[in-house]
Design a binder for this molecule. Structure first.
Ligand code: GTB
Length: 214
């Protein structure tokens, strides 16, 4: 039984790899797992067949035999727990890598999403001019803290792990704003993630879908 994930039929980013199926593809590539992709339109996301897989009507989902998962943190954790390559063997190092996964989705991603939402979806709102700089302050605060912790290390805690995979995926969302490049070590960290062969394969696969002629 081959793993099947879902992805946008056409991602709004046109293939920049920012939709969350990319991080799941990346985890599957890092661990050498073959997978199929079922493409879903925005309309189909909210239809019963997809809602049975994902209660919030989103991508990505993950199906492997009789197991269905949603939420990228959970999906990547599952992949990393089942296959070698993304979590250390040492119990304490493993716990720290998992902590970084949670930090990525619980502590770093929320202010980034607030910023992105304000910047791209609230331009016509009366609060836009006041709110956008406020959300940027919150992002910079988190990024400064992360930058300080990373220092001149290659990865957050020893060897590359699922924690880095999630953190790089989250930070990528800040590149187009220019804010990522304000933190040279974070920009280099993200670039190291993108340079990994597994990331390149994941990126190329989603790009092919999002740039295909229909
Ligand atoms: N917490 C969930 C997870 O991590 O799995 C969040 C999943 C999620 O937000 N999915 C989005 C979705 O399905 C796609 S990734 N949205 C449709 C909906 O809610 O109706 C978010 C995303 C979308 C588009 C871009 N982009 O074009 O740049 C980037 C990120």
């Amino acid at each position: 039984m081959v793993i099947t994930i879902t992805a946008f039929d056409r991602s709004p980013d046109g293939g920049k790899g920012l939709a969350r199926d990319t991080r799941v593809r990346w985890a599957l590539e890092e661990t050498g797992q073959p997978y199929d992709v079922r493409l879903v339109s925005f309309r189909a996301l909210k239809e019963p067949a997809h809602l049975a897989l994902h209660p919030f009507g989103q991508i990505p989902t993950y199906e492997d035999g009789d197991l269905t998962l949603f939420e990228t943190g959970s999906i990547v954790f599952h992949i990393a727990g089942r296959h070698a390559g993304l979590l250390p063997q040492d119990a304490n190092a493993r716990a720290r890598a998992i902590t970084w996964m949670f930090a990525a989705v619980n502590t770093v991603e929320p202010p980034i999403l607030e910023f992105v939402t304000a910047k791209f979806f609230e331009r016509d709102k009366p609060w836009y001019e006041a709110r956008l700089p406020f959300t940027a302050i919150n992002v910079r605060s988190r990024m400064q803290q992360l930058s300080t912790r990373l220092g001149d290390a290659d990865w957050l805690d020893g060897a590359f792990s699922a924690g880095d995979l999630m953190m790089v995926s989250v930070l990528l969302r800040m590149r187009s704003s220019g804010i990522l490049d304000e933190y040279a070590n974070l920009a280099a960290y993200v670039a190291r993630g993108e340079a990994r062969p597994a990331y390149k394969r994941a990126f190329a696969a989603q790009l092919a879908i999002n740039t295909r002629q229909s």
